[in-house]
Write a protein that binds this ligand. Structure first.
Ligand SMILES: *[C@@H]1O[C@H](CO)[C@@H](O)[C@H](O)[C@H]1NC(C)=O
Ligand SMILES: *[C@@H]1O[C@H](CO)[C@@H](O)[C@H](O)[C@H]1NC(C)=O
Ligand SMILES: *[C@@H]1O[C@H](CO)[C@@H](O)[C@H](O)[C@H]1NC(C)=O
Ligand SMILES: *[C@@H]1O[C@H](CO)[C@@H](O)[C@H](O)[C@H]1NC(C)=O
Ligand SMILES: *[C@@H]1O[C@H](CO)[C@@H](O)[C@H](O)[C@H]1NC(C)=O
Ligand SMILES: *[C@@H]1O[C@H](CO)[C@@H](O)[C@H](O)[C@H]1NC(C)=O
Ligand SMILES: *[C@@H]1O[C@H](CO)[C@@H](O)[C@H](O)[C@H]1NC(C)=O
Ligand SMILES: *[C@@H]1O[C@H](CO)[C@@H](O)[C@H](O)[C@H]1NC(C)=O
Ligand SMILES: *[C@@H]1O[C@H](CO)[C@@H](O)[C@H](O)[C@H]1NC(C)=O
Ligand SMILES: *[C@@H]1O[C@H](CO)[C@@H](O)[C@H](O)[C@H]1NC(C)=O
Length: 479
């Protein structure tokens, strides 16, 4: 939502953003005096099924016409009996992870630390992807954003014993990962965590995913032709991306080659998207299935002969207009992503998204199409949040077409081509959005479209562009 951006007010009650202020410090950081009264803004989202129009928080509008961080001097006094020996024994602070290799995205790791001198509430554990010899060079927390982090006192033994452990769930971001235990330098009072000089207490060994080309972020999109469906996914660098598909589960007799593309920092507009938050997005693959029979269920896997395949997904081809048939649509905005491991990311995560996405997964077999109308991932310049977001929704968008509309947090930036001059996209200026979601739009940076599904005609417009009457035309689909 546009807390910093322009707000278009409506008097018809159609903007129904609700913001709930949740005071979490007492539960999550019992000893966290300096973090007290931390306010987490949780956005509740609207969803609706068939015929009820959600309010567009993203300033995007869908109109349905018709039905609707080594502290070597770890200090540890093992002697209870001071009459025998009262010189302190110094043990090295260490941080360990219970594995060095992970098979699949979404696996959990256990991070443990011991011998932390004078445990402090400002101690935190950060997950970093850092190239080169990080053990010698260390991690400069002001140079690159962590993937995620957690305060050490999240572990109950930290403050009392100077040791603890935390479980992290890791998404495959195609980079070697390392954990650091740091002291200070982290301020989480703002919506974007702030990093300053931190003391490194310990660094773990590297953890890496075995397969950087594991097919991930699988999602579907409709085109203007109901006999087509676009399958999109992401890998590191596979060169022979394909979709195997068919009408019988386990017997995917058709194979289609996909096109691949990517984007880099130079395609975007500013910081943090191009520096502090930037990570290689990987290779984005797209394949357009065609000749689909209306209403028929199709099964597919995507991937590469060399690097392996995704799990099998299925979808139902678009149904033709039929006044007596029901179209089941889920429409929502402003979701973002939440972390099931309770960790934090640099740009505030949306804890409510954990429950919402769980609910969406439960509805997947009763949903024909999803419209996520703006403010999609809230990545806002922190590239790995896109990976996290797709991980959260893949069980939905891999099985149901996932149609999107741009929001202020995807598009707006203080640069000439931005209609609304605001920092809302934090340098992304719409680039990750449009490269990741192949919508039936007329051109890049013209994210509006028109689509039919069943008996419903959808007009998706962007309120982040100049929508003066007559300035642009929307290609007409259907009759
Ligand atoms: C590491 O710890 C996590 C979280 O407790 C657990 O799920 C995972 O199985 C462990 N991995 C190994 C290799 O023991
Ligand atoms: C933690 O560090 C801060 C700043 O150095 C200090 O003021 C505080 O007393 C320390 N102790 C605890 C228990 O947090
Ligand atoms: C850490 O990174 C910041 C920002 O890139 C840079 O200004 C600073 O010099 C770096 N510090 C060290 C010790 O390399
Ligand atoms: C991942 O992709 C990068 C750049 O595209 C490439 O240089 C690197 O070799 C790839 N690594 C693996 C393990 O595929
Ligand atoms: C798989 O599908 C093909 C083409 O539809 C069919 O000829 C073949 O019998 C099927 N195989 C199995 C094991 O069902
Ligand atoms: C793949 O590239 C070809 C040639 O440029 C183009 O015709 C086709 O539409 C592309 N497919 C997708 C799914 O973008
Ligand atoms: C229209 O939908 C109804 C209800 O699902 C179904 O009975 C009927 O066969 C459909 N008509 C056509 C032409 O597909
Ligand atoms: C998620 O749902 C559970 C119950 O299912 C509830 O206890 C919890 O408060 C919800 N969390 C959020 C952030 O809404
Ligand atoms: C959806 O249907 C598939 C196939 O019947 C089934 O395996 C899956 O468990 C269902 N999912 C839900 C959430 O009901
Ligand atoms: C929007 O487009 C109209 C029509 O071309 C133009 O008059 C107006 O100046 C534009 N507004 C902005 C802020 O560019």
């Amino acid at each position: 939502m546009a807390e910093k951006g322009p707000l278009i007010e409506q008097d018809d009650g159609h903007y129904s953003e609700e913001e709930a202020l949740v005071y979490i410090s007492d539960e999550k950081h019992p000893s966290g005096a300096t973090r007290k009264a931390e306010v987490r803004r949780e956005r509740r989202l609207c969803y609706c099924v068939v015929g009820v129009m959600a309010g567009s928080v993203a300033l995007g509008v869908v109109v349905a016409i018709s039905l609707f961080f080594t502290f070597h001097e770890g200090y540890f006094n093992q002697d209870q009996d001071n009459s025998v020996n009262d010189s302190p024994v110094t043990l090295k602070t260490s941080l360990t992870v219970n594995t060095s290799e992970l098979d699949h995205s979404g696996e959990w790791v256990l991070v443990k630390w011991v011998n932390v001198p004078d445990p402090n509430i400002s101690d935190w554990v950060g997950l970093y992807s850092v190239p080169g010899n990080f053990k010698e060079n260390g991690i400069n927390v002001t140079a690159k954003a962590p993937v995620k982090f957690q305060y050490a006192d999240y572990s109950q033994t930290h403050m009392t014993k100077g040791e603890g452990s935390i479980q992290f769930r890791l998404v495959n971001i195609r980079q070697p990962l390392v954990f650091g235990l740091f002291r200070g330098g982290l301020d989480t009072h703002l919506e974007t965590a702030q990093f300053s000089q931190a003391t490194t207490l310990a660094l773990s060994d590297t953890v890496s995913f075995k397969n950087w080309n594991e097919p991930l972020q699988v999602h579907l999109a409709l085109t203007n032709d109901p006999t087509e469906m676009i399958v999109s996914w992401v890998t590191n660098s596979s060169s022979n991306p394909e979709v195997n598909w068919g009408t019988e589960s386990g017997n995917l007799t058709n194979t289609l080659k996909a096109n691949s593309s990517s984007y880099s920092a130079s395609d975007m507009c500013g910081s943090p998207a191009i520096d502090f938050g930037y990570r290689d997005p990987g290779l984005l693959h797209k394949a357009k299935l065609s000749g689909l029979q209306p209403g028929l269920t199709y099964y597919y896997t995507c991937g590469d002969q060399q690097f392996g395949w995704s799990q099998e997904f299925s979808f139902r081809a678009a149904t033709p207009a039929n006044a007596s048939a029901t179209t089941r649509v889920v429409v929502y905005g402003d979701m973002g992503n939440g972390h099931v491991d309770g960790t934090w990311q640099v740009i505030r995560e949306q804890p409510g998204a954990v429950n919402t996405s769980r609910m969406l997964r439960g509805l997947v077999n009763q949903t024909d199409v999803v419209f996520h109308i703006g403010d999609i991932s809230y990545a806002r310049g922190f590239a790995n949040v896109w990976d996290e977001f797709f991980d959260e929704v893949q069980a939905v968008c891999g099985n149901v077409p996932y149609m999107v509309c741009i929001g202020n947090h995807e598009r707006n930036w203080n640069e000439p081509t931005s209609y609304w001059k605001s920092p809302d996209s934090m340098g992304e200026c719409g680039v990750p959005y449009e490269r990741r979601f192949p919508m039936p739009r007329p051109a890049l940076d013209q994210p509006w479209y028109n689509i039919d599904y069943g008996s419903v005609h959808y007009l998706v417009m962007s309120t982040e562009h100049n929508f003066t009457k007559g300035l642009h035309s929307v290609p007409v689909s259907g009759e």
